[in-house]
Design a protein around this ligand. Structure first.
Ligand code: ARG
Length: 284
C-alpha cells in the first residue's frame, strides 16, 4: 500500500499577518502566489515520485495558512483529532477542515476538550521505528493536549518542550527517519527535552542540524522509505543525509519559508497506524 498524504490546495495562500518570526507580510507580493503554486505542485510531484498517494482538499479564502496541512489534525488509525489553533488568525481553519472531511465516512473525527490548544501533526510526529509519538509543546501546543491525544490514540507519547519562537512547531526542528535516525536542531529544545530525546535515541542515530540547515527548513522534511523530500538544502546537509544512504529530493519552497513553513508543514500523513501497511514497514 502506498503512503497516503493529504495536501491543501494553495489557491488562497498568502502572508498577511505575523504569528511567527519568519513571516514577513511586507515582502509579500502577488507574484509570490504564482511561485508558491508552482512550488506546491513541484512538492506534490516529488512526493508522488517518492511513492506517495496524494489527495488534495480545497482551501478557503480568508485562511491563508490553511495550505499548511500538517497543522489541521493529528491522524492515526483513521482517527482524526482536529487541531485547535493558538492564534485567532488560524482559528477559522478548524471548521473548514471539518467540513472538508465531512464527506469521508471511513474515519472517526475527534475534538479536543474545551480549552486545550494543539496544532496537529506539526506538533505530533509519529516515529515509525520506535512506534511512539513525539509531541512538541510550549510554543503553539499545550502539554496537556499532547498527553490527552496520546491517551485517545492509545500510543506512547513523549512530550518535548520547545524553547525558541523561531522553532515554534516540532516539525521545524525534529524529524525521525525510516531507518531509525532522528534529525534535530538542539537549540530548539529545553534541556529536559534534549534529555528525553537522548534517552530514547542512540547517539549514532542522532543527526544534528546546524543553524544554516535549520534556517533553510531542511529538518522540515517528508521521509518516504529511503527518500527524503525537503526544501533546498546546504551542501553539507545533503552530504550528511546521503552518507546515511538516503536519496535526497529538493524542492524550492522559498515562498512558503516566507511564512515559516516547508515540506513537512505542507503535508498531512493519513496512514500512520499501530500496524503500518505502507512502504516504511517494508524498507525501514
Ligand atoms: N504561518 C504558519 C503558522 O505560523 C506556518 C505553519 C507551518 N507549519 C508547520 N507545521 N510548522 O502557523
Amino acid at each position: 500500500m502506498k503512503p497516503a498524504i493529504l495536501m491543501t490546495d494553495p489557491a488562497h495562500y498568502d502572508v498577511r499577518y505575523e504569528i511567527n518570526p519568519w513571516m514577513r507580510p511586507a515582502e509579500w507580493t502577488p507574484e509570490h502566489l504564482s511561485s508558491a503554486i508552482r512550488a506546491w505542485q513541484d512538492l506534490k510531484r516529488a512526493l508522488e515520485r517518492a511513492g506517495a498517494d496524494v489527495s488534495v482538499i480545497e482551501s478557503t479564502p480568508g485562511w491563508p495558512d490553511m495550505v499548511f496541512a500538517a497543522n489541521l489534525a493529528v491522524v492515526f488509525d483513521r482517527k482524526f483529532v482536529l487541531a485547535r489553533f493558538r492564534h485567532e488568525e488560524r482559528r477559522g481553519e478548524e471548521a473548514h477542515f471539518r467540513a472538508a472531511l465531512g464527506a469521508r465516512a471511513d474515519k472517526e473525527i475527534i475534538s479536543l476538550p474545551p480549552g486545550m490548544i494543539q496544532e496537529g501533526a506539526g506538533d505530533f510526529i509519529w516515529d515509525v521505528t520506535r512506534r511512539i509519538f513525539w509531541a512538541g509543546y510550549g510554543q503553539r501546543s499545550d502539554r496537556s493536549a499532547a498527553l490527552w491525544i496520546g491517551d485517545v490514540l492509545g500510543a506512547e507519547t513523549v512530550p518535548l518542550e520547545l524553547a525558541s519562537p523561531r522553532f515554534y512547531h516540532l516539525d521545524t526542528c525534529f524529524c525521525p527517519l525510516s531507518g531509525g535516525e532522528v534529525l534535530y536542531y538542539p537549540p530548539a529544545f529545553t534541556d529536559d527535552a534534549l534529555r528525553a530525546i537522548r534517552a530514547r535515541v542512540a547517539p549514532q542515530a542522532l543527526i544534528e542540524a546546524d543553524a544554516q540547515a535549520a534556517a533553510a527548513f531542511c529538518i522540515n522534511a517528508v521521509n518516504l522509505g529511503r527518500t527524503i523530500v525537503m526544501s533546498k538544502a546546504p551542501r553539507s546537509w545533503r552530504a550528511i543525509l546521503a552518507g546515511r544512504g538516503y536519496k535526497i529530493e529538493e524542492v524550492d519552497l522559498a515562498p512558503f519559508i516566507l511564512s515559516g513553513g516547508a515540506a513537512f508543514c505542507l503535508t498531512l500523513r493519513l496512514d500512520n497506524a499501530h500496524v503500518t501497511a505502507s512502504l516504511e514497514a517494508a524498507t525501514g
